[in-house]
Design a protein around this ligand. Structure first.
Ligand SMILES: [Zn+2]
Length: 244
């Protein structure tokens, strides 16, 4: 579905807009085929880190971050760190994995891939974020759902407002179990700060182990229209930031 998206163009537009809005680029990997860039704009406010594009067949996340950047969403009182395109070879080929067949989002303990090695090296130089949001999609899902890892105060109201914010596009994923996890409420997986598979750490577990107290992994359903999936992810990000 995303085979027609020109990811170099997406990167170029994101870079142009980010620089115009005062973000600075930090290249993580400079291999011409595996170029990844982190975008930083420091401030005294909450430290928020966002990532997307780690699964190359999930285009709505990077497109949602681009649209938020186009709309000037990234307010100046927040300390932002953004990695919008974490799996360039997977995005180019519309595959979940990278060109070597590796699921980068299961590589945050062992760091077998060049992409994850570079990303972890970058993360290790950053202050621990107060909040991490990662934008994903699920080809199996019919509705929207999200994972929350919360090592601080339990604030269930934010989960309710988040699901209400995406409801114009998607209902919460139905059922008592999603992706092998029992839900806390429909659409809401309240996940411990431990991996499902001991050696298969996703990025969110790495952040939790860094000490990041709270994260949201957002999952829009791949079967929806791309514009709707992007809009739902944007709404979810806006809601979370408004609620912190
Ligand atoms: Zn994903």
């Amino acid at each position: 579905m995303n085979g027609s998206i020109d990811w170099h163009q997406v990167h170029s537009e994101f870079a142009h807009l980010a620089q115009a809005q005062g973000f600075s680029a930090q290249p993580m990997l400079s291999d011409p085929m595996l170029q990844t860039t982190a975008w930083i704009r420091r401030a005294d406010g909450p430290r928020i880190y966002l990532s997307s594009g780690i699964h190359g067949d999930e285009p709505a996340g990077p497109l949602a971050l681009l649209e938020l950047m186009r709309n000037g969403f990234f307010q100046t009182n927040i300390d932002w760190r953004i990695c919008p395109l974490l799996n360039p070879s997977g995005l180019a080929s519309n595959t979940r994995e990278n060109a070597d067949g590796m699921d980068l989002n299961r590589d945050y303990l062992i760091h077998r891939s060049k992409e994850t090695q570079a990303h972890v090296a970058w993360l290790a130089q950053q202050p621990v974020p107060d909040l991490f949001i990662s934008l994903h999609e699920d080809w199996e899902g019919h509705g929207f759902y999200f994972y929350e890892i919360n090592q601080g105060e339990d604030r269930p109201q934010l989960a309710h407002t988040l699901l209400a914010a995406v409801a114009p596009w998607f209902e919460p994923e139905p059922g008592p179990e999603i992706d092998g996890h029992n839900v806390r409420e429909p659409g809401w997986i309240y996940h411990p700060a431990e991996p499902d598979v001991p050696e298969g750490w996703p990025e969110a577990i790495y952040l939790a182990k860094m000490g990041c107290p709270r994260s949201f992994t957002l999952e829009s359903p791949s079967r929806g229209l791309l514009d709707d999936r992007s809009a739902a992810l944007q709404a979810a990000v806006r809601c979370i930031i408004a609620g912190i």
